[in-house]
Design a protein around this ligand. Structure first.
Ligand SMILES: NC(=O)c1ccc[n+]([C@@H]2O[C@H](COP(=O)([O-])OP(=O)(O)OC[C@H]3O[C@@H](n4cnc5c(N)ncnc54)[C@H](OP(=O)(O)O)[C@@H]3O)[C@@H](O)[C@H]2O)c1
Length: 305
């Protein structure tokens, strides 16, 4: 698979990232086995970048991945491991604590120790702050990042679901470049195209990653607000393009993301081996500027002229 450098670094990532959120499901042995097969398929198909978070499967996704690492000598050195922290659930640590985002230094440091321990690795390639803590102190976060880097526990840093101004604020205090902003981008959620997020990625040389890239195509998008009329219009355009390119609508969706000049890295979250493999078809589609606009027009109901 083609690879791409991340942000201002020379860290090379496969253009499609493999997302590990769905690896363990209900944690039954059958689904865990399927999860391992999915990871091995991704490795065989040339994915070299794996996306985790401490909360995926309440840590079980990272633990399952550690088993694959153990069973595959040399794998750790061939891949990029990203994980995320700072989403803190109700009741942690006190019974009446609410759900929240927490960039507290001690909490982040302890979260990283947990990630390293579950993945059974000595360093993480990239740590992302999962969601912006509205109360974050940028100096404090910069200091936390520096401490983690100096300790050799985390090599690179980035963010997830940050607005452009939150990225600017944090970057203004960090000595190291932020490599990634991981945001939801799919046919339903096109905010990053319109609100400056992807423009900022280009300006500052930050790699955007698209989570749930096929939400609204292969399955209902989070917080779906499409009307029946919109669904019909979008489906019509997907059908037209699928026929034209002799492929499926979700491959068109990935190609639409890949077309953006900010060099979006879609995160593929399927656990089905055939789909993990098929997603690569999007990389070879000679997808046109005109078709990009045709889908944008179907999505927004606006004619861009
Ligand atoms: N930063 C954040 O806040 C955030 C939030 C959410 C996710 N993420 C990351 O993004 C990654 C990707 O998200 P995602 O898992 O939602 O990605 P996705 O690739 O958009 O969706 C995967 C889901 O779609 C199903 N699917 C795929 N192709 C399909 C098809 N042709 N027909 C029907 N169903 C199909 C898959 O089912 P099968 O498994 O059965 O194929 C799977 O349940 C996650 O793994 C995680 O790493 C980050």
């Amino acid at each position: 698979m083609e690879s791409i450098s991340l942000g201002k670094s020379d860290l090379m990532s496969s253009r499609l990232v493999y997302g590990c959120m769905r690896l363990v499901g209900d944690n039954s042995s059958e689904i865990r086995n399927n999860g391992k097969v999915a990871v091995r398929t991704a490795i065989d198909e040339g994915y070299t970048h794996f996306d985790h978070a401490d909360i995926y499967g309440k840590g079980k996704c990272e633990e399952l991945f550690a088993e694959v690492l153990k069973e595959t000598p040399g794998l750790r050195d061939r891949i990029i491991l990203t994980s995320k922290c700072a989403v803190r659930f109700k009741g942690d640590p006190n019974e009446d604590d609410p759900n929240r985002y927490d960039f507290n230094k001690t909490y982040i440091k302890e979260s990283v120790d947990g990630i390293l321990s579950r993945l059974d690795i000595d360093h993480l390639d990239i740590l992302l702050l999962h969601r912006p803590d509205f109360l974050f102190d940028a100096e404090d976060v910069a200091d936390t990042f520096q401490g983690l880097q100096t300790a050799g526990k985390v090599l690179n840093f980035g963010v997830s679901n940050f607005t452009p101004s939150q990225v600017s604020l944090l970057q203004s205090r960090c000595s190291m470049p932020l490599l990634v902003n991981q945001v939801e981008i799919n046919i339903h959620n096109i905010s990053s195209i319109l609100d400056g997020t992807l423009d900022q990625c280009q300006e500052l040389n930050i790699s955007p990653q698209a989570w749930c890239p096929i939400g609204g195509v292969a399955y209902a998008a989070w917080g779906n607000t499409f009307t029946v009329e919109e669904e019909t219009r979008i489906k019509f355009e997907f059908d037209r393009q699928s026929k034209k390119y002799d492929t499926e609508d979700w491959i068109i969706m990935l190609a639409w993301l890949l077309k953006h000049p900010s060099k979006i890295l879609p995160i593929v979250g399927s656990t089905t081996p055939a789909r993990i493999k098929a997603a690569k078809k999007a990389l070879d589609l000679n997808y046109t500027h005109e078709d990009w606009y045709a889908l944008m027009e179907a999505r927004t109901g606006k004619a861009y002229a």
